[in-house]
Design a protein around this ligand. Structure first.
Ligand code: TYD
Ligand code: MG
Length: 437
């Protein structure tokens, strides 16, 4: 029997196996093994030259540090810089991931337009004419520092970087480039792994900053092998609801700075506009004094943000009533409903409960628990919450209101915004102690 020369590669942990299996023997994930061409160990480079074997270059810590002066520079977009920490770093590789149509290419085009250094924009997903028309649409600014590369071949990109290392390279996107070393189609896990590894190696060797666009899957994970996230220095995520205007840029991993900052943008006809006052967008069109509406303060990175949580509780026609959440996790809604049933005797066992965070926000901050609970209570009692009130705090299973990070900062912000009644762990210790009339 002819010997098969393909191997099986786990999309989740990156291990390779000679045989296919339903479950990865290494990380035990199901259905993650895909067939791929083997990664051949050779002493030849991609261009066929023999590698000369010699000891690797080494540095003292002092020498390595001194070579870093002038290593970071601004993106020219302050919300982007806020997320990155020190700005872009030479030799740094950034992965920008997001849903299709969320604005990745738009953000990077704006970054290119604002850049003080030369840009090499690899148009592998769109053609140069499409990218050029977006550049023209977004700004009439001078743009001769931007070069649009019409290729999807990694080797050609590597040659371009070598010939002009004083530039910022944008690869839009990793799913549409391929290396000749790997015969699989662009976008396959092993192709992404190999292409990314050559690109990252080139960025490091030439001290070139590189931003790579990555697609996300239906489940919200970055498409391709999990290894990709390990290989790059920083993973950025552009999120938001496509039906709404707000876009949030967060760093999931950052080797150069913090991961707790969020950049806030608004998509409009001139691209992504930086938002300094997101509260005004989130509360646009709010109906005041409505039962089921609760203003809540949450932390987005290190910035306090006011959002409106709406709840609707109605009699259910179903034997098992529904708990439907938008903008918060379904499990969290179940938990809060259970706490309210136990500690407030709230009659919701036969009711459908719908909760929505307005403005298309996705709230993960546990400090929104109290807001969700009060919105539900307000809807059940058909009574609006006190006018000009706001709340924040995490709910414990015992009905206690717990402190969350930055409690003092949120209190200060709520006072500064002029709220007269603030429900928080500092004013109430338990959900039972809040009397809503
Ligand atoms: P795009 O950056 O192409 O998304 P991605 O690269 O993440 O797939 O953005 C596409 C959407 O953005 C598209 O639906 C139109 C919208 N858009 C605007 O609203 N204003 C603009 O100025 C631009 C350039 C795009
Ligand atoms: Mg795009």
């Amino acid at each position: 029997m002819a010997k098969s020369n393909s191997i099986f590669f786990c999309n989740s942990c990156g291990n390779e196996f000679a045989k296919w299996a339903g479950q990865c023997p290494a990380c035990h994930e199901w259905n993650t093994l895909v067939e791929t061409a083997p990664y051949l160990k050779t002493t030849k480079t991609k261009t066929g030259q023999k590698v000369t074997l010699k000891p690797a270059e080494s540095f003292s810590v002092k020498a390595a540090l001194s070579s870093q002066t002038g290593y970071t520079f601004s993106t020219g977009i302050s919300e982007f810089d806020r997320v990155l920490g020190p700005g872009l770093t030479k030799g740094g590789v950034y992965l920008l991931a997001g849903q299709p149509g969320i604005g990745k290419s738009t953000l990077l085009t704006q970054l290119a337009l604002n850049s003080k250094i030369n840009i090499v924009y690899v148009c592998s997903e769109e053609n140069p004419a499409q990218v050029a028309s977006r550049i023209k649409r977004l700004s009439s600014k001078e743009n001769s520092h931007i070069r649009l590369l019409n290729t999807s071949t990694v080797e050609n990109i590597l040659e371009t970087i070598k010939s002009d290392p004083n530039c910022l390279v944008i690869i839009d996107s990793i799913q549409s480039v391929s290396t000749a070393v790997n015969p699989t189609t662009p976008g396959s896990p092993s192709q992404i792994r190999d292409s990314a590894s050559y690109l990252i190696q080139s960025a490091k060797e030439n001290s070139v900053p590189m931003i790579i666009v990555g697609h996300v899957t239906k489940d919200g994970d970055i498409a391709g092998p999990k290894m990709l996230e390990h290989m790059v220095d920083t993973v950025l995520e552009l999120s938001g609801d496509r039906q709404h205007l707000l876009r949030l840029l967060r760093s999931v991993k950052n080797r150069f700075g913090p991961t707790d900052e969020t950049g806030i943008f608004r998509m409009n006809s001139n691209g992504l506009e930086e938002v300094k006052d997101p509260g005004s967008i989130l509360l646009e069109g709010r109906v005041k004094n409505a039962p089921g509406s609760c203003l809540t303060m949450i932390m987005e990175g290190t910035r306090p943000l006011t959002v409106e949580i709406q709840a609707l509780v109605v009699a259910s026609p179903l034997p098992i009533p529904r708990r439907i959440a938008k903008g918060i996790s379904g499990n969290r809604l179940q938990l809060i409903c259970a706490i309210l049933t136990k500690h407030l005797n709230l009659p919701i066992a036969t009711k459908d409960v719908f909760v929505n965070v307005t403005g298309g926000m996705d709230v993960k901050d546990p400090g929104a628990d109290l807001g969700i609970a009060l919105a539900i209570v307000s809807s059940v009692k058909d009574k609006p919450l006190p006018e000009n009130s706001i709340c924040f705090g995490e709910l414990g299973l015992l009905g206690e209101i717990r402190k969350v990070g930055f409690t003092d900062k949120m209190l200060k912000e709520a006072k500064a915004l002029g709220y007269s009644e603030i429900f928080s762990p500092l004013s109430h210790t338990s959900i039972r102690s809040i009397k809503l009339g």
